[in-house]
Design a protein around this ligand. Structure first.
Ligand SMILES: *[C@@H]1O[C@H](CO)[C@@H](O)[C@H](O)[C@H]1NC(C)=O
Length: 159
Protein backbone atom coordinates (compact mmCIF):
# COMPACT_ATOMS: atom_id res chain seq x y z
CA UNK A 1 0.00 0.00 0.00
CA UNK A 2 1.39 3.41 -0.97
CA UNK A 3 4.32 1.90 -2.87
CA UNK A 4 4.93 0.61 -6.36
CA UNK A 5 6.87 -2.12 -8.17
CA UNK A 6 7.97 0.41 -10.80
CA UNK A 7 11.76 0.86 -10.35
CA UNK A 8 11.55 4.32 -11.97
CA UNK A 9 9.18 5.66 -9.32
CA UNK A 10 10.26 7.58 -6.20
CA UNK A 11 8.03 5.28 -4.15
CA UNK A 12 9.51 2.04 -5.53
CA UNK A 13 9.40 -0.60 -2.78
CA UNK A 14 12.42 -2.58 -4.01
CA UNK A 15 12.45 -6.18 -5.30
CA UNK A 16 11.82 -7.72 -1.83
CA UNK A 17 11.86 -6.75 1.86
CA UNK A 18 15.35 -5.74 3.08
CA UNK A 19 16.81 -5.99 -0.41
CA UNK A 20 19.18 -3.08 0.32
CA UNK A 21 22.26 -3.13 2.60
CA UNK A 22 21.17 0.07 4.40
CA UNK A 23 17.80 -1.33 5.45
CA UNK A 24 19.45 -4.62 6.44
CA UNK A 25 21.92 -2.71 8.65
CA UNK A 26 19.08 -0.88 10.44
CA UNK A 27 17.14 -4.14 10.83
CA UNK A 28 20.16 -5.99 12.25
CA UNK A 29 21.03 -3.15 14.60
CA UNK A 30 17.50 -3.02 16.02
CA UNK A 31 17.07 -6.79 16.32
CA UNK A 32 20.47 -7.30 17.96
CA UNK A 33 20.17 -4.39 20.34
CA UNK A 34 16.45 -4.17 21.03
CA UNK A 35 16.73 -5.29 24.66
CA UNK A 36 18.61 -2.06 25.42
CA UNK A 37 16.44 0.25 23.26
CA UNK A 38 13.12 1.91 24.07
CA UNK A 39 12.68 4.29 21.16
CA UNK A 40 13.38 4.55 17.47
CA UNK A 41 13.07 7.91 15.73
CA UNK A 42 13.09 8.31 11.96
CA UNK A 43 13.80 11.79 10.63
CA UNK A 44 12.25 12.76 7.33
CA UNK A 45 11.34 15.78 5.25
CA UNK A 46 8.96 17.48 5.35
CA UNK A 47 5.72 18.78 6.89
CA UNK A 48 6.32 19.60 10.61
CA UNK A 49 4.61 16.44 11.78
CA UNK A 50 5.40 14.20 14.74
CA UNK A 51 3.99 10.84 13.71
CA UNK A 52 3.48 7.50 15.41
CA UNK A 53 2.46 4.19 13.80
CA UNK A 54 0.67 2.84 11.99
CA UNK A 55 1.45 3.93 8.45
CA UNK A 56 0.15 0.78 6.75
CA UNK A 57 -3.40 1.08 8.10
CA UNK A 58 -5.64 3.77 9.52
CA UNK A 59 -6.22 1.57 12.60
CA UNK A 60 -4.58 2.95 15.72
CA UNK A 61 -2.15 0.98 17.91
CA UNK A 62 -3.41 -0.16 21.35
CA UNK A 63 -1.12 2.28 23.13
CA UNK A 64 -2.20 5.21 20.97
CA UNK A 65 -3.02 7.44 23.97
CA UNK A 66 0.38 6.89 25.55
CA UNK A 67 2.12 7.76 22.27
CA UNK A 68 0.00 10.91 21.90
CA UNK A 69 0.79 11.90 25.49
CA UNK A 70 4.52 11.71 24.76
CA UNK A 71 4.10 13.65 21.51
CA UNK A 72 2.12 16.37 23.33
CA UNK A 73 5.23 17.01 25.43
CA UNK A 74 7.41 17.14 22.33
CA UNK A 75 5.05 19.58 20.55
CA UNK A 76 5.17 21.86 23.62
CA UNK A 77 8.95 21.84 23.96
CA UNK A 78 9.46 22.65 20.27
CA UNK A 79 6.97 25.51 20.57
CA UNK A 80 8.86 26.96 23.53
CA UNK A 81 12.27 26.45 21.88
CA UNK A 82 11.77 28.03 18.45
CA UNK A 83 8.08 28.93 18.32
CA UNK A 84 7.40 26.41 15.56
CA UNK A 85 4.09 24.56 15.67
CA UNK A 86 4.34 20.84 14.94
CA UNK A 87 1.29 18.64 14.40
CA UNK A 88 1.14 15.21 16.03
CA UNK A 89 -0.86 12.11 15.22
CA UNK A 90 -0.60 8.70 13.66
CA UNK A 91 0.83 8.53 10.15
CA UNK A 92 -2.66 8.14 8.77
CA UNK A 93 -4.63 10.20 11.34
CA UNK A 94 -2.81 13.46 12.05
CA UNK A 95 -4.67 16.56 13.25
CA UNK A 96 -3.83 18.19 9.98
CA UNK A 97 -5.59 17.92 6.69
CA UNK A 98 -2.26 18.12 4.86
CA UNK A 99 -0.37 15.02 3.71
CA UNK A 100 -0.31 11.66 5.48
CA UNK A 101 -3.93 10.89 5.00
CA UNK A 102 -2.91 8.06 2.72
CA UNK A 103 -1.66 4.73 3.94
CA UNK A 104 1.98 3.96 3.18
CA UNK A 105 3.25 0.52 4.09
CA UNK A 106 6.83 -0.59 4.62
CA UNK A 107 8.11 2.25 6.80
CA UNK A 108 10.80 1.61 9.39
CA UNK A 109 8.60 3.15 12.09
CA UNK A 110 5.91 0.48 11.70
CA UNK A 111 8.54 -2.26 11.54
CA UNK A 112 10.42 -1.02 14.65
CA UNK A 113 7.22 -1.18 16.67
CA UNK A 114 5.51 -4.27 15.25
CA UNK A 115 8.49 -6.54 14.62
CA UNK A 116 11.45 -5.27 16.66
CA UNK A 117 9.00 -4.53 19.49
CA UNK A 118 10.28 -1.09 20.49
CA UNK A 119 7.54 0.59 22.54
CA UNK A 120 8.18 4.06 21.15
CA UNK A 121 8.62 4.48 17.43
CA UNK A 122 8.12 7.81 15.71
CA UNK A 123 8.69 9.59 12.42
CA UNK A 124 9.61 13.23 12.83
CA UNK A 125 8.84 15.17 9.68
CA UNK A 126 11.08 18.23 9.74
CA UNK A 127 10.23 21.78 8.57
CA UNK A 128 8.41 23.22 6.75
CA UNK A 129 4.71 23.14 5.80
CA UNK A 130 5.49 23.23 2.08
CA UNK A 131 6.44 26.85 1.35
CA UNK A 132 10.03 25.77 0.72
CA UNK A 133 9.40 22.04 0.95
CA UNK A 134 12.56 19.95 0.61
CA UNK A 135 14.73 23.06 0.24
CA UNK A 136 14.33 25.07 3.45
CA UNK A 137 16.47 28.23 3.56
CA UNK A 138 19.99 27.94 4.99
CA UNK A 139 19.15 30.17 7.93
CA UNK A 140 16.60 27.64 9.15
CA UNK A 141 19.03 24.73 9.36
CA UNK A 142 20.46 25.55 12.79
CA UNK A 143 16.99 26.37 14.18
CA UNK A 144 15.67 23.09 12.86
CA UNK A 145 18.51 21.28 14.63
CA UNK A 146 17.85 23.17 17.86
CA UNK A 147 14.18 22.24 17.96
CA UNK A 148 14.91 18.58 17.17
CA UNK A 149 17.61 18.41 19.83
CA UNK A 150 15.12 19.82 22.35
CA UNK A 151 12.54 17.31 21.07
CA UNK A 152 14.86 14.35 21.69
CA UNK A 153 15.74 15.55 25.19
CA UNK A 154 12.06 15.95 26.01
CA UNK A 155 11.25 12.55 24.55
CA UNK A 156 13.87 10.95 26.77
CA UNK A 157 12.30 12.39 29.91
CA UNK A 158 8.69 11.83 28.83
CA UNK A 159 8.94 8.08 28.10
C1 LIG B 1 24.50 -3.32 18.54
O1 LIG B 1 25.00 -2.20 19.24
C2 LIG B 1 26.39 -2.17 19.37
C3 LIG B 1 26.81 -0.99 20.26
O2 LIG B 1 25.86 -0.02 20.40
C4 LIG B 1 27.03 -2.07 18.00
O3 LIG B 1 28.43 -2.03 18.09
C5 LIG B 1 26.59 -3.26 17.17
O4 LIG B 1 27.11 -3.13 15.87
C6 LIG B 1 25.08 -3.36 17.14
N1 LIG B 1 24.70 -4.56 16.42
C7 LIG B 1 24.37 -4.55 15.10
C8 LIG B 1 24.07 -5.90 14.49
O5 LIG B 1 24.31 -3.55 14.43
Amino acid sequence: IGATSDPCSSIYAGPYAFSEPETRAVRDFLLTNRSTLVACITFHSYGQFLLHPWGYTSDLPEDHEKLMFVLDHVVAVIQSTTGKQYTRGSSTNSDSDQLFTDEAAGGSDDWAKAVAGLPFSFTFELRDHGLHGFLVPEDEIEESGREMFAALNELQSAI
